[in-house]
Design a protein around this ligand. Sequence first.
Ligand code: ISE
Length: 332
Amino acid sequence: MKRIGVIGTGGMGGRHAHNLAHSTAHACVTAVMDVDRARAAAIAAACDGARVFTDAEALIGDDQVDAVIIASPDRTHASLAQACIRAGKPALCEKPLATTVADAQAVVAVEVAAGRRLIQLGFMREFDPAHRQVRDAVASGALGRPLYFRGAHSNLSGGPRTIDDVIVNSAIHDIHSARWLLGGQVERVFTQVVPADPAQPETCRLALIELAFDDHRLALIEMNADAGYGYEVRIEVVCERGAAASDGLQELHVRQAQSHAQHIEADWLQRFDVAYVAEAQAWVQGLLTGVAGGPSTWDGYLSMVIADACIASARAGQPRTVPVLPRPAIYA
Ligand code: ISE
C-alpha cells in the first residue's frame, strides 16, 4: 500500500485525492495540505481521515507519506518538486513543471543529481482514451510517417488572461501533445495572439501557435482561452498515407425531432475524468514496481522551453528559435 500526501486542494488536488482514495488499488491518502486548513480538512475527511497539514515541506518530510501529489498553484511546482526529489519521494506533479525556464532547469538538475526519475508530470492527455487511440493509430505505422499535428483547445473563460498564463498554463498541454504524437525536436515557433482587450496587448483571448520541427514537420495549435460555449480539445495527426483524429468530446450524439445534439463538457475535470483516474493508477503502478513512467521532468522542461519561445515570439511578432538541448541519460 502506498501512502500518498496531497499538496493543494483546489479542483485538481481534490480530484487527485478522490481518485487515489477511491479508484486506485494499493494507494491511500494519508495527508492533505493546503494553506486553507478548513479546505484541507474537508478533503482529508473524505479520504478516511487523512491528517491535515498547512505546510507543504512538513507533508513531504512526514514519515507516513511515501509519495506526493503536487497540485498547488503553478508558481510553487518547481520548488516542491525539488523538495520531493531531495527527500527521495516520488511525486506526480501537475503541469506546468515551472513558470520559468530557469526554475524548470533547476528541477532537471536536482533529478539528474539524484540519478533517477522521481517526478511524473501531469500531462494527463497521455492517459485519455481518445488521445491514446490517435497515438496508437499513428504508432501502428499503417498511416505512414506523421507529418503534421493540429490541435484546437477551447476553454470557458475564468476572466481575462495574460499571454504568459494562456501559454504556460493552458497551451503547454498542446505543446506536449505535439511532441508526444509527432516525436522529434521543435526548432522554431511563431505565435500570434488576438488580445482579450485590444487596448491591453498583454491580454490573450486566442493564440495561434506554429511549431516547426528540425526535420521539417509542423504543428499548428489554436488555443481559445474564452470560447464562450464549453470545453473542448480536438486533435488530428496528418500522416503520409492518412490521418487520425479525435473530435474530443466524450458524450454521445443524439439525433431526434430533426435535430442533432451533443453535450459539450464545461471543463477539464469533466472532459478528462477517465484520464485522471488512469493517470493516478499508472503512477501508483510505477511506485509499486519502482519503474517511473509517463511524462517526465524532461517533458516538463522542454515544454517550458518551447512555451517561453512562444511567449517571446508573440511579443516580438516574429518567429523564435528553440535551443537544442542535450537529453540527460536518465530521460533516455
Ligand atoms: C488547466 O489548468 C488545465 O490543465 C486544463 O487541462 C487546461 O485545458 C486549461 O486550459 C488549464 O487552465
